[in-house]
Design a protein around this ligand. Structure first.
Ligand code: AMP
Length: 532
């Protein structure tokens, strides 16, 4: 039941036809509830326009030109064909994702063409939407979770928690359909998304938000790691849950030497250091962590240093629902001091400022303030952890790019930058920049952008929102030019954040707050009222 692509297309059309959130939840939960577990998993991915290998995040990498070539080869009169099943579609998409090397484009065209051939007009339309990742039927991750709650009768908060532990929407739907949601628990070697921090601009706000007392730690400018331990077995995962154990033997060694425990899941950050132990710039850490060949040579040249700051699990017990204060105590009882992130528990803004100043002088980015009472909420960004950085910087995603002129001819070198609009859904453009990258980076970026192109314009290309960059800017201005109502003045790329996914960029709502805050230190221009 429910295994045909045609049924999924009917559902998509029905979803698109209604604006009611409740109706969408009902349609989805009825549809998924009728399915075999294995199919429900595929249906969930397809409904969200996700490519295969969602966990590894290998993109499908079929550009629009490949798709149009396959379309142009689609015969107009088709013989009676076997109807497409979800399994056909999914295994072909997987096959496409694994095609590499010479002649790969032609092979992709051939697979697509044979699929297109089997589609009716309507099926083709929705298949193209799946390929572009833009379904436009109003179902996002959150709505899918609501449908799971409605289908199983489980509390939505419980479903969100299980989602964080499972970390794979298809897998979650499958567990729900087979009635196995309750059995999901945190355990070693099943990485979960790390808890994230929200931006905060003043230490006094952090103290207030945390109930009059907060715990400050340096904000390390490195790569987040989750360390899983059982006996002598150690595995290290990134924040995107990639297993990088083989690339970081020095970290595995320090864990073996400095953690005394039967089993554990620890949270921390690694930073590349020079001979004198000083932290290297972020790009160096990324380069080192990304290095897969000649690892031992890299370890000698650019060793990594580990700092742990949280414990999610120790000796058979999941700790994520315990308050941070208790988790920290448990952490301190199993790790040696030299890999433990130092912290200062403060009530007074002056003491916090002092700590922040010292930490910046030591070369860190800022501090993270943690609420002593807070549980560990995997994958969530909230006010329980607050990052305080001195500079005006935000994370944005590239949504389009313009061809360069003169020396930059042939490169996509002017980038349209967008923040997440949580209210309206989607991304809102807040500026452009052609500053901050080296020539080599421009060339690599051009290639990457072309591989995620969604359309062409007379000035350049529009792209799937995938590439996250950190931007420094001088000022946020009101702008009639962009729909967002804002423009960043003198935006420049500080770094490419390949460790971040687009849903983690800063929000329009936050930009609004930052805009308002600018006027606490300087006068407000006469023509600039409060933006909506
Ligand atoms: P950002 O990357 O700017 O969103 O800041 C959040 C990141 O800061 C986390 O994902 C961690 O990788 C990093 N971080 C550095 N030091 C700490 C710390 N002491 N506690 C928590 N996160 C930290």
């Amino acid at each position: 039941m429910g295994s045909s692509f045609n049924e999924l297309v009917w559902l998509c059309k029905a979803l698109e036809a209604t604006n009611s959130r409740n109706a969408k939840v009902r349609l989805l939960s009825e549809y998924l509830g009728r399915m075999q577990p294995e199919y429900s998993k595929i249906a969930a991915y397809l409904l969200l326009g996700l490519p295969p290998d969602v966990k590894g995040r290998r993109p499908l990498s079929v550009g629009w030109s490949t798709i149009s070539e396959a379309l142009s080869k689609r015969p107009t009169s088709t013989l009676v064909q076997e109807p497409l099943t979800l399994l056909d579609l999914w295994s072909s998409l997987k096959a496409i994702a694994s095609i590499q090397g010479t002649g790969s484009r032609a092979r992709k065209v051939a697979v697509l063409q044979s699929l297109f051939q089997r589609c009716s007009g309507e099926e083709l339309e929705w298949f193209l939407r799946i390929l572009s990742g833009e379904m436009r039927h109003g179902v996002n991750h959150g709505l899918m979770l609501e449908a799971v709650a409605s289908m199983t009768g489980a509390d939505p908060e419980f479903v969100r928690r299980v989602d964080m532990l499972v970390n794979d929407i298809g897998e979650l739907v499958k567990l729900a359909v087979s009635g196995e949601l309750r059995g999901v628990e945190l355990r070693p070697f099943q990485p979960v998304r790390p808890m994230l921090a929200e931006m905060c601009d003043r230490v006094e706000d952090a103290i207030t938000l945390h109930g009059g007392v907060t715990s400050l730690e340096p904000k390390y400018d490195g790569v987040r790691v989750q360390i899983h331990i059982e006996g002598s077995r150690v595995r290290v995962y990134t924040r995107r849950l990639t297993d990088i154990t083989e690339r970081v033997p020095d970290i595995v060694d320090s864990v073996r030497g400095a953690v005394v425990v039967g089993s554990a899941v620890l949270d921390g950050e690694v930073v590349a250091v020079d001979e004198s132990g000083r932290a290297m710039p972020f790009q160096e850490t990324m380069r080192r962590v990304g290095r897969e060949r000649d690892v031992l040579k890299a370890v000698r040249k650019l060793p990594l240093r580990l700092w742990v700051f949280d414990a999610l699990y120790i000796d058979g017990e999941a700790l994520i629902d315990k308050p941070y204060e208790e988790r920290r105590r448990r952490l301190e009882s199993v790790v040696r001091q030299d890999i433990l992130a130092p912290r200062l528990v403060v009530r007074e803004p002056a003491a916090a400022e002092e700590f922040l100043k010292r930490v910046i002088e030591e070369g860190h980015e800022g501090v993270v303030a943690k609420d002593l009472r807070s549980a560990y909420t995997p994958g969530r960004r909230g006010s329980k952890w607050l990052k305080l950085k001195p500079a005006d910087r935000i994370d944005v995603v590239i949504v389009a790019a313009e061809w360069g002129h003169g020396r930059r001819k042939g490169w996509l070198s002017n980038y349209h930058l967008a923040v997440l609009d949580e209210e309206a859904g989607g991304f809102a453009v807040v500026g452009k920049t052609f500053k901050g990258l080296t020539d080599q980076e421009f060339q690599q970026m051009t290639k990457r952008l072309l591989s995620i192109k969604t359309g062409e314009t007379e000035w350049g290309v529009t792209v799937r929102p995938e590439i996250v960059v950190e931007i420094a800017y001088n000022e946020i201005q009101r702008s009639p030019h962009y729909e967002s109502g804002f423009a960043l003045r003198f935006a420049r790329i500080v770094r490419i954040r390949s460790d971040k996914n687009p849903l983690e960029v800063d929000t329009l709502q936050r930009l609004r707050t930052l805009y308002q805050r600018q006027f606490e230190k300087k006068g407000r221009p006469v023509d600039e009222g409060d933006p909506a």
